[in-house]
Ligand binder design. Sequence first.
Ligand code: NDP
Length: 376
Amino acid sequence: MNDDDMQFSRRSFLWSAGGAMVAAPLAAAQVPHIDLPPLPGEPLRWAVVGLGRLAVFQILPAFAASRASRLTGLVSGSPDKARHLAQLYGVDARHIYDYDSYDSLAEDPEIDLVYVALPNSMHAEYTIRALRAGKHVLCEKPMANSAPECEEMIAAARETGRKLMIAYRLRYEPFNVELIRIARDPAEMGPTRIIEASAGFSIGDPAQWRLRKAMAGGGSLMDIGIYALNASRYLTGEEPTHVTAMMDSTSGDPRFAEVEENITFQLRYPSGILANCASSYGVGMNRFRVSKPEGWAELEPALSYRGLRMRVGRGEVVEQRPQRVVDHFAAEMDHLSRCVLDGTEPLTPGEEGLRDMRVIAAIYEAARSGETVALS
Ligand code: NDP
């Protein structure tokens, strides 16, 4: 039974006990025995680094929904914004840092973990500095701009004995978890044969860092197509052996002077599963689909923060399969807090980010060369 189920049982129990007491007090013998969940321990203390759109609109509000994590620190290059958010979320001004004072996190015992939500090119440096300051790190995707940077981050986590997790939030939410179960279970409509995964949106402001190669590491693939790649890997539970790809950008569009707009890629997996994936900064796409001999299952939307939907089809019959709804950011933060408390490894450690980064490099190579690239 997971935590939310247990919470639900506890609520049901309180409600039925309360209802019965109004009508007639229950005799002790009639009170059912229910194993209540243990009382939560003291939540671990987090600092969020980089107060941009993701932090302000998703991560900071998610602390209200978390059970094992609480916000105690902020790191920002914008002092007014940091002060404002500190007041809003009850963060003591003593725990506001900027990028110069960041290393003094080491002397702050009221911060256990750091959530790195900076532009991609800054992930490696700020992850490694936090690890060296003795903090555990949750780093946003993509893990970094290159595989060697990912390797350095993993090495720093090993050297310091701290945990490093990559923020692949979909691994912690029930719709994707259920699609993984269906995809990997041959008793469900036969073995998976084809996966389709598409992720894209129309990007705005041409001046933003996402469109600067040095800061973003690449275009739509690094930012949003990584969800399609990661989904094809977690749905199969395998590592791809071969990659083909094509890319294109709208000619003359100033947004795509440095990075790609659209990229499609195909992955071959050892069991024979083929994945057909698409990534775009020009069009909206938001779907993962698993096809099997006796039917299919899909999520659309598959990667939005909320409102995910699952459909499963067998022949003429198509059914909706609702799942439990959770805050993705609270779920992933609590996962890492619990790993720290229990001394266990996160489901999406640094090695998971590194594996994606190696496949991304192969996808770009395949798109540039027009050749099939073999992965070892
Ligand atoms: P934003 O551009 O909105 O915010 C980035 C923040 O980083 C800025 O507000 C700023 O915060 C700080 N920063 C420090 N130096 C720079 C710099 N030179 N240029 C720009 N910003 C700087 O980005 P997002 O919040 O959208 O994305 C942050 C990270 O989160 C990225 O890695 C992205 O891939 C990832 N992301 C993940 C999502 C998910 O669903 N998991 C969704 C969206 C993004 P300050 O002023 O406080 O210093």
